[in-house]
Write a protein that binds this ligand. Structure first.
Ligand code: ACO
Length: 696
């Protein structure tokens, strides 16, 4: 394991250990001592004999034993020399607390730091970090005051200050943490390296991330894909202003929010929108198996909590369903006549340990049920702890396989009981909304698990990359990066995408010939590499139904083009079959995102894309199955499905086209941007009627 020295250090050196009480170099040594680290501690300080009662060494070379982990706390001007010293000593991991690198524009220093690490085979965390907090090794090698509350969530954070703040919070909310790792500028080790490493760490069950910006999105996604453990991410910088703040804070470029969330979703990363949700979801995923079906039972003693949970269930994508009659009959045993055995199962205010245990056990043992949310409102006639024990017994007796989450509303007694539940490995929260958010993410993760194998991309083999290469080469040889429409159409055709039949014509006579061959009605569009906005140049005539109309339209669009741009190079006109009426306009697109590289986009055309920005993204390539999920994701999906008596549009054809398009952009990374807009989709099949392709 590459980072074993970090997770199970036998010795820790602090280079820049300080005698000055309260300084960072002092507090890091104190942190390691106070957390009762059992390995060797080596303070390094050229001027001190001992620090906090521990023998100090002038340089790393004077240290008698091996060094697994070294913390660097010398000022930036001494950092490279000290790193060199650590490397020479054979240090395995160097964690650089020192600030003053890439975050203030000194990338050059960061590069030198990485070069030193590579030369000595020494992995580097940071720079610009608060340190490493390792609960299993009892090592608080940081300037955070103490180790976090122990448990199995690993938190990796790009923000150091946030990590320290959350450390304290874990004790208040009893959030169990294995490791807290501050990764700062990620000059060497990045999020992906830690996902890989934490996957091998036996003390970690869930990997929780605070992300500002990823440098290599693909590397990150590959690590997530390999991960057998759930990954939960809070992506900061989702507002326009926030994106600016993160860019300057970490020195890295934050990709666009839509692409981030699409990529996270596609690879099964659980998204948290705020800190509270990060922990709510991390707790659930670290303690419970994923929810493998939609049948959940919500069991409560209070109608209000039940209604709140019902609303939340819908919001988190698992609307409550009516249980089968036999299960309702079982529930009915555990409540008075005025209770309700429907979902939510309301046992009313007198429900105590016996009733909770009975109902939860019946629910979990029944084949209909995939998981349960158990809600409790504190009353004077019941004991929250007693009830918690009943719920836990039911969970155990049912085999502890189906996920259960708990919401405990009330005062101190309820809080204590809820903490007890968590200590037993059952996610427990205050708000029913949190419990349903937890169940919702367990469901999302379950769906991802069920489909991760089936949705592998299989390349289409009936594509013609040679032809595409030739078209690109020709454009480049003419000094063009923008393809003309007929070139773009030909590229799409080469990848098996259905384009409305077209021909290039140099003059009116050729246009007529083309129209006769294609069949009427046709469209005539100006063909000029210098005119991208054809409509603006009055360069498009639609609905031409005979020879005369084609002849006249050709003359007109050529004349209009010359008026629009006198020196435009005009190749002639593109004669294209008019797409039949009754199609729904959609748009396909692709961009090269700075973080995730080739990504494809889908949306409904016209107002939906322009005003409502109702579009969805995926990292390419996408399988047709994944593309179907994309299609179903847009708000206007009911239109595709066939709203207001319309027949459903051909989703299979759409999915295949998007998958082919994703293959095109992966095969040709030189494509910078691409649009097929509009694409007309019918009950049966689709037709691309306009294309834009820009090369890099
Ligand atoms: N080898 C070993 N020890 C050395 C060396 C060396 N080459 N050079 C200096 N030292 C010793 C010094 O003698 C001193 O010890 P002393 O106090 O006993 O004399 C000790 O190292 C520390 O050096 P100072 O010059 O006192 O450094 P100072 O404590 O002022 O600052 C620090 C060092 C903390 C690394 C600072 O430069 C820094 O980067 N601070 C910011 C760190 C930070 O915030 N990181 C996290 C960012 S995330 C967030 O937002 C919280």
């Amino acid at each position: 394991m590459k980072l074993q020295a970090l997770f199970q250090p036998r010795s820790i050196a602090v280079i820049g250990a300080s005698r000055r009480e309260g300084s960072i170099g002092y507090m890091v040594v104190k942190g390691i001592i106070d957390s009762k680290f059992e390995g060797a501690i080596y303070p390094i300080n050229p001027k001190a004999d001992e620090i906090l009662g521990i023998k100090a060494y002038p340089t790393m070379q004077d240290v008698p034993g091996e060094v697994d982990l070294a913390m660097l706390t010398v000022p930036v001007n001494a950092a490279l020399e000290a790193s060199e010293d650590a490397g020479r000593k054979g240090t395995k991991v160097l964690a650089v607390i020192t600030s003053g690198f890439g975050e203030v524009g000194r990338r050059d220093l960061e590069e030198q730091l990485v070069e030193i690490g590579q030369r000595y085979g020494m992995a580097i965390v940071g720079p610009n970090i608060v340190g490493i907090l390792n609960n299993p090794a009892k090592a608080n090698a940081s300037f955070s005051p103490y180790l976090p509350y122990p448990g199995s969530i690993a938190l990796v954070s790009q923000s150091g200050a946030l990590l320290i703040a959350l450390d304290g919070m874990t004790w208040i909310d009893k959030i169990g943490i294995s490791h807290m790792i501050s990764i700062g500028n990620m000059a060497d080790l990045d999020m992906a390296d830690f996902i890989d490493a934490l996957n091998e760490d036996p003390n970690t069950a869930a990997i929780s991330l605070y992300v500002e910006g990823l440098k290599d999105g693909r590397k990150f996604l590959d690590a997530v894909k390999r991960s057998a453990k759930p990954v939960i991410a809070l992506k900061a910088g989702t507002s326009k202003r926030g994106e600016l703040a993160t860019a300057s804070h970490t020195g890295s470029l934050a990709g666009s929010t839509k692409v981030y969330s699409a990529a996270f979703k596609q690879f099964g990363v659980t998204i948290a929108k705020h800190l509270d949700e990060l922990f709510v979801r991390s707790i659930a995923l670290s303690m419970m198996k994923p929810l493998m079906g939609d049948n959940i039972a919500v069991i409560t003693n209070g109608g209000g909590a039940g209604v709140l949970a019902t609303d939340a269930a819908e919001r988190y994508g698992i609307p409550l369903l009516d249980p089968p009659q036999e299960l309702k009959d079982l529930f009915a045993q555990w409540m008075p006549a005025f209770g309700s055995p429907r979902n939510p199962v309301d046992m009313t205010g007198m429900a105590a340990r016996r009733e909770y245990k009975g109902a939860v056990l019946d629910a979990l043992k029944h084949p209909w049920t995939d998981g349960a949310a158990v809600l409790y409102c504190e009353t004077a006639v019941t004991d929250p702890q007693d009830i918690a024990e009943g719920i836990y017994e039911a969970y155990q007796e049912a085999g502890a396989t189906k996920p259960v989450v708990v919401s405990y509303l009330g005062g101190e007694r309820a809080l204590k009981a809820s903490e007890w539940m968590k200590s037993k490995g059952v996610p427990a929260y205050f708000d029913p909304d949190q419990a349903m958010s937890a169940l919702g993410c367990l469901r999302d993760y379950g769906r991802y698990q069920a489909h991760r194998e089936t949705s592998t991309f299989m390349p289409f083999d009936d594509v013609n990359p040679v032809k595409v290469g030739e078209i690109f080469a020709k454009a480049r040889s003419e000094g063009r990066l923008d393809l003309s429409e007929n070139e773009g159409d030909a590229v799409f055709q080469a990848y098996g995408l259905p384009v409305a039949p077209f021909r290039l014509a140099e003059d009116a006579e050729q246009a007529v010939e083309a129209a006769n061959a294609i069949g009427y009605p046709v469209v005539v569009k100006i063909a000029s590499p210098d005119i991208l906005h054809k409509t603006e140049a009055k360069g498009v005539k639609v609905g031409l139904s005979n020879v005369e109309e084609v002849r006249q339209a050709t003359a007109e669009v050529i004349a209009n083009a010359k008026t629009y741009k006198a020196n435009a190079k005009i190749d002639g006109v593109l004669v294209q079959k008019m797409a039949p009426k009754g199609g729904t306009e959609v748009i396909f697109g692709a961009i090269k995102d700075s973080t995730f590289q080739q990504t494809v986009m889908f949306g409904l055309g016209g107002i939906f894309v322009e005003v409502l920005k109702d579009v969805t993204f995926r990292v390419a390539p996408v399988s047709p199955q994944e593309a179907r999920k994309m299609i179903a994701e847009i708000a206007a999906y009911p239109i595709i499905k066939g709203a207001r008596g319309q027949k459903p549009r051909d989703e299979a054809a759409l999915a295949e086209a998007l998958s082919r398009l994703s293959q095109l952009v992966v095969d040709f990374p030189e494509i910078k941007e691409l649009d097929a807009n509009p694409v007309m989709v019918y009950e049966d099949g689709l037709l691309i009627v306009d294309s834009v392709i820009k090369l890099q």
